[in-house]
Design a binder for this molecule. Structure first.
Ligand code: NAP
Length: 466
């Protein structure tokens, strides 16, 4: 966003970052095995290709280094004010300005872009007795690397995207691994591999080759999306993907316990080559009985068994649909975003919100994906933001917000398009659904359609005011 704004000649900008370093999710999530489950060539910024990715799915340290390098190359680092936690923002409709309050001060600005992510605050589940546990307890997003796991008895709670990456990475070194599963996930092969040196040289010398690869990956991911919308394709996908489990888990009892009872894609479809093999190892036990309570030396499950462990890893996800800043951002008439949303975030094209002039959200409501790289979504939104600001400038306007009608029409389209998808009808409870039961997380179509929709601003859907 900052790079795009500067390209437009907007240089009076700052970035407020609550942490001490940049990198967001790729700074915080440093658990063993952490990688992106979208190929690195696709999970890169379109204007900053990286010919040096070491693997098809490069590990977290490489992604973090990539982000740091891009920020440094484009001179973005000096714009970042680290250690600035945003406490609130208030719109002044007379001055047409936002006042933002953060850790060290108050900032006046014409526009704000919220790029604070949906998966940033870890969930620590309420479990009776957790505080009484004698050993270390940590969340995957706050991995405690000072705790040696060699030979230890370790419990992992959860079997989502983070857990299935961490489990195979720690299984060989721990003494005993107890995996506490509430709902099994759909897992398909990742086909990860090292990128040979010759191919890296090829991408360096002929960047077009990486562009072609990126296009091929983009198109393949667009087809991955079909099972989520069409039940007939879904049935075929379920059969094919079940083969992965059948091939890798020979024990019928374990295989049955690892078999999801909801439609594929309802919860995030996971990719792994080594999760199932890790689960079949003799030092791993899968526990499907619910957690009753935690005691000083282990976890007691509903079936009365005590699982004695030395360390507990919480792979229990994030506070997704809460929208951390919603209660402290006040738009027209002093209304907060939380009051406007009433538990269900809504935005025009996922990016702008009626009643909140000059406020933009990246990865806002209904922009998430279950099948491809969210960076492409964010880049489309960035184009939208830049266009709205340019249109304002052209009209001599000081503020722009979507009209309530345009936003309502857009949200109706989202709801109607999501109604028949697996995310809404797949028979599972996922973080895609907010507390009102509405799917405010996902975009219902392919990435191409989002770009075609969002990258062309319709001025008639906006109210510009001087
Ligand atoms: P998650 O997908 O929300 O999974 C949390 C897991 O913890 C689920 O298995 C959940 O069970 C379980 N759980 C939660 N509370 C529990 C409790 N009280 N008792 C027992 N089990 C409990 O979280 P995540 O794995 O951290 O992933 C979150 C998101 O981060 C992903 O969907 C993805 O978007 C992103 N992510 C991406 C990557 C990547 O490679 N791109 C990697 C990691 C994460 P239920 O399913 O029954 O609720």
């Amino acid at each position: 966003m900052a790079i795009a704004l500067r390209k437009q000649g907007i240089s009076d900008l700052i970035i407020l970052e609550r942490a001490a370093e940049l990198g967001g999710t790729w700074r915080d999530n440093a658990y063993p095995g952490c990688a992106c489950d979208v190929e690195s060539v696709l999970y890169s910024l379109s204007f900053a290709p990286n010919p040096d990715w070491s693997r098809a799915f490069s590990p977290q340290p490489e992604i973090r280094a990539y982000l740091e390098r891009v920020a440094a190359e484009y001179g973005i680092v000096p714009l970042i004010r680290f250690g600035e936690d945003v406490h609130g923002a208030v719109w002044d409709d007379t001055a047409k300005r936002w006042t933002v309050e953060s850790t060290s001060g108050v900032w006046q600005c014409d526009a704000i872009v919220l790029a604070n992510g949906q998966l940033s605050d870890p969930v620590v589940p309420e479990m009776a007795g957790l505080a009484s546990f004698a050993g270390p307890v940590f969340h995957t997003a706050q991995w405690n690397h000072a705790v040696p796991l060699e030979g230890k008895r370790v419990a992992v709670i959860g079997t989502g995207a983070s857990a299935i990456q961490a489990i195979p990475a720690i299984q060989p070194k721990v003494g005993q691994l107890v995996v506490l599963q509430r709902s099994p996930a759909w897992v398909m092969p990742r086909w990860d591999h090292a990128v040979p040196a010759w191919r890296r040289r090829l991408h360096q010398r002929f960047p077009i080759t990486q562009k072609v690869l990126r296009l091929a990956q983009y198109l393949r991911h667009e087809t991955l999306f079909l099972p989520f919308r069409h039940a007939a394709v879904r049935k075929i996908a379920e059969r094919l993907i079940s083969l992965h489990r059948t091939n890798q888990v020979r024990d019928p009892e374990l295989r049955s316990a690892l078999t999801p009872r909801y439609a594929i894609g309802c919860k995030r479809l996971l990719l792994s080559d080594d999760y199932y093999p890790a689960m079949t190892q003799s030092n791993v036990s899968l526990v499907t009985s619910a957690i009753a309570r935690v005691v000083p030396d282990g976890i007691v499950t509903a079936d009365g068994q005590t699982h004695a462990v030395d360390v507990i890893v919480l792979a229990t996800g994030f506070r997704v649909t809460d929208w951390l800043l919603a209660p402290v951002i006040r738009g027209q008439g002093g209304q907060t975003l939380a009051e406007a949303w009433q538990g269900s975030p809504k935005a025009y094209m996922g990016t702008t919100i009626a009643g909140f002039p000059n406020l933009f959200t990246l990865m806002g409501p209904n922009t998430g994906l279950g099948h491809s790289s969210v960076l492409m979504m964010a880049e489309a939104q960035i184009t939208h933001v830049v266009q709205v600001l340019a249109e304002s400038g052209k009209r001599g306007a000081r503020a722009a917000e979507p009209t309530a009608e345009a936003q309502a029409r857009y949200v109706r389209w989202m709801d109607a398009s999501l109604a028949t998808t697996v995310w809404n009808q797949g028979g599972c409870q996922s973080w895609y659904l907010d507390r009102t039961g509405r799917n405010s997380a996902l975009w219902p179509f392919g990435v191409g359609r989002f770009r075609r929709t969002v990258e062309r601003v319709r001025p008639e859907d906006y109210r510009f005011s001087a």
